[in-house]
Design a protein around this ligand. Structure first.
Ligand code: FAD
Length: 265
């Protein structure tokens, strides 16, 4: 039985979202991501009704019933009236390789707190890819699946280099060197953990940019799972977002969600 990477209990079940099948832990509301990472929704406040109330304050009014409220959300999404989507809050706990966190932290509208390598001694937890990719010849910033005749040997080299760096880190720390300087020998695939608090408007911007095929595979794995939490907590906002936030054919993941919704309706 596979373990949840967050609570380390065997509570993982398969969760189907669009065409994806992900390991989900209902105990700690968390998805396993990559080999040792996770994304967990640890708090949430607001919701679709908060969007409606924020929008209607302009007229000193609140809800007008489900049908009218939903239409209003669709209207605001379609016409890019973004501010009513800023009054809810998602709080995530994330464990991701440093190179993923570094891309994530570029999203300035939101708040981060990260584990400190000055105070905590790192464990030997690194991301080791299962397979390697080659540069995409059509898209300069992308990569594609590729066949390497010596793939296993290359992955072993990757892992050996990491183990060797970690051994040096341990030797430095055990010899009394401060963690803040010893950590400088560690590679970018080291797992870090952080809290991320973000409003739905900024979260939708993150999802648009980071589920796109232009984004690196590893951060896409997180962004796609985060999309599930938006659907779960704000279903009207989510439907409006995938209907009006993306042109067809621009984002394969979102297209697959659209086709699921269309099949159901
Ligand atoms: C595929 C991909 C490749 C990338 N490659 C690179 C790269 O090579 N090098 C690199 O440095 N970065 C790169 N980035 C990061 C990118 O430039 C953005 O920093 C990141 O995606 C955050 O996007 P954002 O600014 O929209 O988000 P946020 O920082 O969360 O901002 C949200 C929105 O708020 C507004 N906003 C925020 N701050 C300001 C401001 N100071 N002035 C005006 N408006 C503001 C903008 O409308 C912005 O879209 C890449 C991102 C992606 C998705």
């Amino acid at each position: 039985m596979s373990l949840c990477n967050r609570c380390l209990k065997g509570s993982i079940v398969d969760l189907k979202f669009g065409e994806r099948l992900w390991g989900y832990c209902g105990t700690c509301v968390s998805f396993n991501v990559l080999d040792k990472g996770f994304v967990s929704l640890i708090d949430f406040c607001g919701g679709d009704q908060m969007v409606v109330r924020a929008a209607r304050i302009s007229y000193g009014k609140e809800s007008k019933g489900a049908e009218q409220d939903r239409k209003l959300i669709n209207y605001m999404m379609k016409h890019k009236h973004g501010t009513p989507f800023e009054h809810s809050l998602f709080v995530f706990h994330v464990k991701a390789p440093i190179f993923v966190a570094r891309q994530w932290f570029r999203h300035r509208i939101g708040s981060f707190n990260e584990i400190s390598g000055r105070y905590v001694e790192y464990q030997e937890e690194f991301y080791i890819p299962k397979s390697l990719r080659a540069p995409d010849t059509k898209n300069k910033q992308g990569s594609v699946q590729a066949e390497f005749s010596n793939e296993q040997e290359l992955i072993r080299l990757f892992a050996d280099s990491i183990s060797s760096s970690f051994r040096v880190y341990k030797t430095l720390v055990d010899s009394g060197v401060a963690r803040e300087i010893a950590r400088a020998v560690l590679p970018l695939s080291l797992y870090t953990q952080f809290y991320w608090s973000v409003n739905p408007r900024s979260l939708m911007n993150f999802i648009s940019l980071r589920t796109s095929e232009d984004a690196q595979y590893e951060i896409r794995e997180y962004a796609e799972r985060i999309t599930f939490f938006v659907k779960d907590k704000m279903p009207w906002t989510f439907s409006a977002f995938i209907e009006f936030g993306f042109e067809d054919g621009k984002n394969k993941f979102i297209d697959s969600l659209k086709s699921q919704i269309n099949k159901k309706s």
